[in-house]
Design a protein. Structure first.
Length: 237
């Protein structure tokens, strides 16, 4: 396993859910973790939780659909710690409705949070990675980026887009020494499900998902993990 101690890792959408669990796990493993989302109270809470394990966190508000907000955060991290080593594009939004019931605003919000954000954050960190011939971008897609699910028209469309983006990014950056991993979790018990009628007892816990993602970060840099699909045991989610 490679050592991620003091590696600078930005986890987007890390105020709650899977992102929060990833940030705390990476912090425990010694990385310098950038925690961001739009809700200041949530990222400050994560920062306080991480203090218990003496983790190094840098928490800042960032709307990943907004180019200026993304670029400002990248610059702030650069001044504080230095260039970002690993980007985890995790921020996401799910609005689970039939296509006929999905309005344009809901469609556009999912496309922006799930697909445009990955493009904007990647573009912000790539120049430093290319110059240093080192870097790792992990995109938290979903099994819904590979197969269709009922009531997920907008969500699937945005995650299929994210997976397509991930695969082209890998082709274009491999020669620059950059690793690109698509991470496809199945159902995980977080707030993304809202009030949807789903059996949460069959879902994975965010901490389990975070362990796998942290293991990907720790994999030897001499080889590339291109894709990981992680599904809960039992059930069909
Ligand atoms: N839970 C599952 O079953 C599951 C399965 C497969 C894949 N995933 C994917 O895993 C990722 C995390 O999902 P989750 O289940 O942990 O959801 P969650 O609990 O709802 O967390 C989503 C995170 O994204 C942030 N976010 C949303 N819009 C943002 C924006 N415009 N700018 C910055 N941050 C934003 C949220 O913070 P703010 O709203 O405060 O900004 C929050 O911190 C998503 O990409 C999701 O699609 C989830």
């Amino acid at each position: 396993m490679s050592d991620i101690k003091k590696k600078i890792i930005w986890v987007t959408g890390s105020g709650r859910g899977i992102g929060r669990a990833i940030a705390l796990e990476l912090g425990r493993r010694g990385a310098h973790v950038v925690v961001s989302s739009r809700t200041e109270e949530e990222i400050k809470t994560v920062e306080r939780e991480a203090e218990k394990s003496e983790s190094q966190l840098f928490a800042r508000v960032c709307d990943v659909t907004d180019e200026k907000s993304v670029n400002d955060l990248q610059q702030a991290v650069r001044s504080h710690w230095g260039p970002i080593d690993v980007l985890v594009n995790n921020a996401g939004l799910g609005i689970f409705k039939k296509i006929m019931q999905t309005n344009l605003d809901e469609w556009e919000r999912m496309m922006a949070v799930n697909a445009r954000s990955a493009f904007l954050c990647t573009r912000a960190v790539l120049p430093d990675m290319i110059e240093r011939r080192d870097g790792h971008i992990i995109n938290v897609v979903s099994v819904a980026g590979r197969q269709p699910y009922y009531n997920c028209g907008g969500y699937c469309a945005s995650k299929y887009a994210m997976l397509g983006f991930t695969e082209v990014l890998r082709m274009e950056t491999r020669k620059h020494g950059i690793r690109v991993t698509a991470f496809l979790p199945g159902a995980t018990d977080t707030a993304i499900w809202g009030s949807a009628t789903v059996d949460r007892s069959k879902m994975m816990q965010p901490e389990q998902v975070a362990q796998s993602l942290a293991d990907i970060c720790c994999a030897p840099a001499s080889a590339m993990i291109e894709e990981v699909v992680l599904r809960p045991m039992g059930g069909d989610l």
